[in-house]
Ligand binder design. Structure first.
Ligand SMILES: *Cc1c(COP(=O)(O)O)cnc(C)c1O
Length: 487
């Protein structure tokens, strides 16, 4: 017979009782008392709610105390912390996109620890420019005349539109009015920067004549947006950069001949992923490089620092010097500027590209994307063997399975990346509970995925050094099962 509710409510421990318990008293040495009281109260309240909802049939004061202690301990953990990415998604936006190369990490540490030449030129022994640290490298690597880096690519797009298309018309294909991750939608960014959006073409097909017909003396820009995270296939057509260049050139010639006192129409591409190296392994679907976009005739091209480039979060605009100079003077360039740590990471990442082989080897994003599947398989096997030493056959069956991965981060959406996973099929416990333990109860959470009641650890995005931590985490899951049984 279940106890009546009032009995249960009466059996709930007082917050003060919990505070007197030995584990709580021990925590008082490391956690402020007010926070402990909050955690104790929250644990009691949660149990009271369960009783009132008819979800609890007993009151276990010990369990409430454990919950309170665990949530108190959780407050000690930093909110932003390392996780192990066993999802196989290389540029995982929720997990921080691109991990930095070792030399970039070192550069960040150096810049963060002390003073730096952030805005000082030792050559001139006077004030220097923050932009100077990366501009020359970006130009060397892309063939651009000039460059500027800001906080992220969304900021870069915003700044370009605000400078060149505010109160003017910018023509964009309906096939390119994209949304990239919840909060970046091309029409919204245009509205925000006061550019008047002129949509042309249809969802699947846009022709050069569509742009030509939409031109007016008020047109300031032909905007091309790379449909980063999707591709249209079948009956589709879009207008190439070279065609946009041709359309802009003939319009500009016409304007000059007519003596019109309006600025030139410029061609701007929001390229998104920011490839500096053509990744041949992805064949026809490899992302075009920034250099190719410039050679195709764009006046300006913008892209992210932490997608295919594999550096820190940043937005980079490259192109004609006269235009970049105007951007450098825009108030948004000041508001959206990079801090010294990001600049340090960006400069170090760019330096690696001076030797493309070093870039492919040392920039984690590039290495993971291009690593041979046989090497990934070897790492999967190493993980499986390590797991077998900790996990008994009666707990789980372990095997290697072939899977197809994705680059993520709105890059290479058409590219299947062959990969190998360790699959864990449960003989004790289950995939959902295990995943919960791996994410919620671990100092370093392990993010895996579930497929058909099995947990998969994708070896493409895990490092050799992650293996002991994954083994520990999985072992600890089966330990909690065993101790729950004993209790
Ligand atoms: C990713 C992306 C953005 C946004 O870039 P952030 O660096 O994330 O701000 C904008 N445009 C395109 C085409 C993208 O792919």
């Amino acid at each position: 017979m279940p106890q009546p509710r009032t009995d249960l409510l009466r059996a709930l421990p007082q917050v003060e009782e919990l505070m007197q318990a030995a584990p709580m008293r021990a925590l008082e040495n490391i956690i402020p008392r007010v926070m402990l009281v909050d955690c104790a109260r929250a644990a009691v309240d949660a149990q009271r709610k369960r009783i009132l909802a008819g979800e609890a049939e007993t009151v276990d004061a010990e369990a409430i105390l454990t919950t309170a202690c665990n949530s108190a301990l959780a407050t000690l953990r930093p909110s932003l912390r390392r996780v192990i990415n066993a999802t196989g998604v290389v540029i995982h936006t929720n997990l921080g996109r691109s991990p930095l190369a070792e030399s970039a990490v070192q550069a960040v540490v150096e810049a963060a620890r002390g003073y730096s030449t952030l805005e000082y030129s030792v050559t001139n022994m006077a004030r220097g420019s923050r932009h100077a640290h990366v501009e020359h490298l970006i130009c060397t690597l892309t063939g651009a005349e000039a460059a500027i880096a800001v906080n992220n690519n969304a900021a870069a797009v915003m700044m370009v539109l605000a400078e060149f298309a505010a109160d003017h018309e910018a023509i964009v294909s309906r096939g390119e009015l994209v949304e990239i991750g919840g909060s970046f939608r091309v029409p919204d960014i245009m509205a925000q920067s006061n550019a008047r959006m002129v949509e042309v073409g249809t969802t699947n097909k846009t022709h050069p004549a569509d742009y030509e017909r939409a031109l007016t003396p008020d047109t300031a820009m032909l905007l091309k947006v790379h449909p980063s995270n999707y591709r249209m296939i079948g009956f589709t057509e879009s207008v190439s950069k070279t065609d946009l260049r041709r359309i802009a050139d003939s319009e500009n010639t016409r304007r000059h001949a007519a003596g019109l006192d309006v600025p030139d129409v410029l061609v701007y591409e929001d390229q998104g992923s920011g490839a500096f190296i053509h990744l041949d392994v992805f064949g026809e679907y490899a992302e075009p490089t920034v250099r190719e976009s410039l050679q195709g005739g764009c006046d300006l091209v913008s892209f992210s620092g932490d997608k295919l480039l594999g550096g820190p979060q940043a937005g980079i605009v490259v192109g004609k010097k006269e235009y970049i100079d105007r951007l450098k003077k825009h108030p948004l360039a000041r508001a959206l500027r990079l801090d010294k740590m990001t600049l340090a990471a960006l400069e170090a990442t760019l330096r690696l590209y001076l030797d493309p082989e070093a870039a492919l080897r040392e920039i984690p994003t590039l290495r993971m994307l291009t690593e041979d599947a046989t090497v990934v398989r070897e790492r999967a096997e190493a993980l499986m063997h390590a797991l077998r030493k900790r996990v008994a056959p009666r707990q789980a069956h372990l095997s290697i399975v072939e899977e197809t991965g994705r680059a993520g981060g709105g890059s290479l959406p058409m590219c299947d990346i062959d990969t190998f996973c360790v699959r864990m099929e449960f003989k004790a416990g289950n995939a959902q509970n295990c995943e919960e333990h791996l994410q919620r109860d671990r100092e370093v959470p392990v993010i895996s995925r579930i497929k058909r009641e099995c947990v998969l650890f994708d070896a493409r995005t895990i490092a050799e050094g992650d293996i002991p931590e994954i083994v520990d985490a999985v072992g600890s899951y089966f330990d909690t099962l065993a101790s729950a049984k004993e209790a």
